[in-house]
Design a protein around this ligand. Structure first.
Ligand SMILES: [Fe+2]
Ligand SMILES: [Fe+2]
Length: 294
């Protein structure tokens, strides 16, 4: 199946989720440090706003407390713009996965968020790629997997069968069945949503970074973020920084495999940055997709 054919099939699917205006708003807020919480709150759909408030309250005050955070501006002031953005950017995933198994949903959201975080830390530390673009690209890199699952069900079954029968990687089975992998499918969806190429190219080639043309470093960084995200288990104890370094020594080698040399001080920055952000995310992620009684 060629890219044009995939695009035309995607266009024909009338239930394909439209890009929520608020996600576009989040992307511009992340890219423009001068914009404010008020800008973000302005376009927010009430159902998204209430979900964001639910997650922010649960993450910070636990399920039993009364609602302490009452507005998006308030949530951003207390929880932080970056964390609120992480929640909002997951809304398209969560709505597309409605009704699916909670464990799969949780695993997917965690992997996506960890990839976004690690891509950003790598970009910031080794001064390569655009840290905002790779953060969003990392968060959305596997969205094509959901698209195949939801909208190409026959192909999904064939891919699963082929991968297990021939014991090949999922991406190779995707190539055989669809003539492209989930990176390409995800990038097609994101371009239909007018996401900039600095992000879509990294999504498109996150399993084949050598094919990137315009945004080579963004793509390489998201590839590293993805590979390392697979090794991170948020259920691990994040109490000790030394333990975190010990368990994740291979991180530096992965970054260097992209073709950069990592100095000793950058090595420390890589671990400090990822440890701090992953610890924060661990608190927040417990609430994403969690069931509540209200
Ligand atoms: Fe992937
Ligand atoms: Fe991935």
């Amino acid at each position: 199946m060629e890219r044009d054919e995939i695009l035309s099939r995607l266009r024909k699917i009338d239930i394909l989720p439209t890009f929520p205006a608020v996600v576009g708003e989040v992307i511009s807020v992340i890219e423009d440090p001068m914009s404010s919480a008020a800008d973000l709150a302005k376009n927010m759909d009430p159902s998204i706003a209430s979900e964001v408030l639910r997650i922010a309250n649960t993450a910070y005050f636990g399920t039993r407390s009364f609602r302490k955070i009452t507005s998006i501006e308030h949530a951003i002031a207390i929880v932080g713009l970056e964390q609120i953005s992480q929640i909002i950017l997951h809304m398209p995933f969560l709505s597309m996965m409605r009704g699916e198994d909670d464990t799969d949903k949780e695993r997917f959201v965690k992997h996506s968020m960890i990839c976004g975080i690690l891509s950003k830390v790598v970009s910031r530390t080794i001064h390569t790629g655009d840290e905002h673009a790779v953060y969003i690209g990392g968060l959305m890199h596997d969205i094509g997997i959901i698209v195949i699952y939801r909208y190409f069900p026959d192909e999904w079954k064939m891919i699963k069968k082929l991968a297990s029968e021939e014991d090949i990687a999922r991406t190779s089975a995707e190539e055989e069945v669809l003539s492209c992998d989930h990176g390409m499918i995800g990038a097609c969806l994101l371009s239909m949503w007018n996401i900039p190429q600095s992000i879509t190219e990294a999504v498109m080639y996150h399993h084949r970074p050598q094919l990137a043309k315009e945004y080579v470093w963004n793509t390489k960084v998201v590839d590293v973020g993805n590979r390392f995200a697979k090794k991170i288990d948020l259920s691990d104890n994040f109490e000790s920084f030394d333990e975190f370094i010990n368990n994740n020594k291979e991180f530096v080698g992965m970054v260097e495999s992209a073709g950069v040399e990592v100095s000793l001080s950058q090595e420390l920055d890589l671990f400090e940055g990822s440890y701090g952000m992953l610890r924060n995310a661990k608190g927040l992620l417990g609430s994403v997709g969690e069931k509540t009684n209200d």
